[in-house]
Design a protein around this ligand. Structure first.
Ligand code: GDP
Ligand code: IMO
Ligand code: MG
Length: 425
């Protein structure tokens, strides 16, 4: 029995939500461990579409779901998400770490002012994590405390200089903000109380009693604060290792690390993207794959499958196996290639550049992707439960080519957004 960590192996939106929903059926606990409302995880089942920003994607199976300590939470948005899920006839089994940090409106205002050059989601993620690291932010346990109003007011006094000096608020606006936000967040705190606990204990007890814990990463390895394409990254660690720090995974308990990759590459926001397409080729791929952000609705940048970046992500995150999504979309477009190396000034390199301006200079080395069979839904359905050897030869060749390059197996193939459009080998 192994616990499983699911992480994105590209720049996010690889289909983590879909795969977590698939794997949750066999799990007892589903735990988010990083990020906040910047995540948009789509689950489609029985014709319904769910977009989870906070709630783990195991929700539809009625599993115990946890928001761990590494997550940053806007209580208003989370309460709305809980309400809309409850209104649609579900009963969320949710527990929230008392130690998770709180996103306030001023974090979003700072993000709106400063996040443009990165193209952030505007959800206040960077400012919240940065004030957490500066030890001046509040946690969920503060807003549920009996003296929450006092704690919030005191914490705002600590950030007064940042907010007033930087022109986020005038002096009088700041006073009004302190009054209104402290009342509002203390009231969210009362609504939250029933969900809050030491979630690490739940994960530890479950792991030690042989239960299956599924850890759900947000964003992707190339957006990791330390190892991604800095500064064009998010402000948390997105690697599998973050499940230990932010989700309560226990070193020593056997673990399976599953990375998710699309059959091509996408990115939202600014930053280097060596295999990016433009013009009609980009439009065709974007439309075929409905590549619009689940959180902000922004059109995603799209490009050839970057195996060189994928292999870096696999190595840095310790990914042991891959689930590949959107093979159905790849079959609809012509001319998508696989990048198997990088050149700078005509010379091949043997590392993934840490420096964003250097990464901008990279010239990808491409290999043509063979024709990929475009199967109907019925043809795909017949492949359920079959092995790789039963796939059409073009898809087998393609999978083998990727596996040889990245040196780990593809163990799951996703050929549509619905839960049952998945082949587990
Ligand atoms: P996440 O952030 O990694 O959970 O991914 P998103 O939900 O932001 O984006 C993935 C999108 O692709 C969603 O709209 C999914 O419904 C959709 N999707 C996932 N797997 C597949 C697949 O195999 N084929 C197709 N066509 N769509 C998929
Ligand atoms: P999921 O979990 C794709 C990107 C933003 C921006 C950068 C920093 O759905 O895969 P932030 O708001 O985090 O400070 O933005 O990271 N980004 C994502 N891109 N999928 C995500 O989440 C993302 N979360 C953040 O577009 O470039
Ligand atoms: Mg997403």
């Amino acid at each position: 029995m192994k616990n499983t960590i699911v992480v994105g192996a590209q720049w996010g939106d690889e289909g983590k939500g879909k795969l977590v929903d698939v794997l949750a059926e066999q799990s007892d606990l589903v735990v988010r461990f990083n990020g906040g409302g910047n995540a948009g995880h789509t689950v489609m089942h029985a014709g319904e579409t769910y977009k989870f920003h906070y709630m783990p994607s195991g929700m539809l199976h009625n599993k115990q779901c946890i928001l761990g300590t590494g997550v940053v939470i806007n209580p208003k948005d989370l309460l709305e998400e809980i309400k809309s899920f409850t209104d649609s006839g579900h009963a969320p089994k949710l527990q929230i770490s008392a130690r998770a940090h709180v996103i306030f409106p001023h974090h979003q205002l700072i993000d709106a002012k400063e996040g443009g050059k990165i193209g952030t989601t505007g959800r206040g993620i960077g400012p919240t994590y940065s004030q957490k690291a500066s030890r001046i932010n509040l946690r969920i346990l503060d807003i549920i405390a009996d003296d929450a109003i006092d704690r919030i007011k005191k914490s705002l006094r600590d950030v007064r200089d940042i907010l007033v000096t930087d022109g986020i608020f005038s002096e009088s606006e700041f006073k009004d903000y302190c009054e209104s936000v402290s009342q509002e967040y203390a009231s969210f705190g009362s609504d939250f109380k029933e969900y809050v606990t030491d979630t690490e204990d739940l994960v530890r007890i479950a792991s030690n009693s042989g239960k299956q814990v599924l850890f759900e990463g947000a964003q992707g390895t190339l957006l990791d604060l330390n190892y991604g394409t800095y500064p064009f990254v998010t402000s948390s660690s997105t690697l599998a290792a973050a499940a230990f720090v932010g989700g309560g995974a226990i070193p020593g308990v056997p673990i399976r690390i599953l990375g998710i990759t699309k059959a091509y590459t996408t990115r939202v926001g600014e930053g280097p993207f060596p295999t990016e397409l433009d013009g009609d080729a980009a439009t065709n791929l974007r439309e075929a794959g409905h590549e619009y952000g689940a959180t902000t609705g922004r059109p995603r940048r799209v490009g050839h499958l970057d195996l060189y970046a994928l292999r870096y992500a696999i190595r840095i995150s310790g990914i042991q196996e891959l689930a590949m999504t959107k093979i159905d979309t790849l079959a609809l477009v012509n001319g998508i290639k696989a990048c198997t190396g990088y050149k700078i000034n005509g010379k091949g390199i043997d590392y993934f550049p840490a420096d964003a301006p250097t990464l901008e200079l990279v010239e990808p080395i491409y290999t043509d992707i063979p024709y990929i069979a475009d199967l109907s839904k019925d043809e795909w359905a017949k492949l359920q439960g079959k092995s790789k050897a039963d796939l059409p030869e073009s898809i087998q060749t393609y999978i083998k080519f990727i596996e040889d390059f990245v040196e780990i197996p593809i163990t799951i193939l996703s050929h549509g957004p619905e839960r049952n459009e998945t082949i587990v080998f």
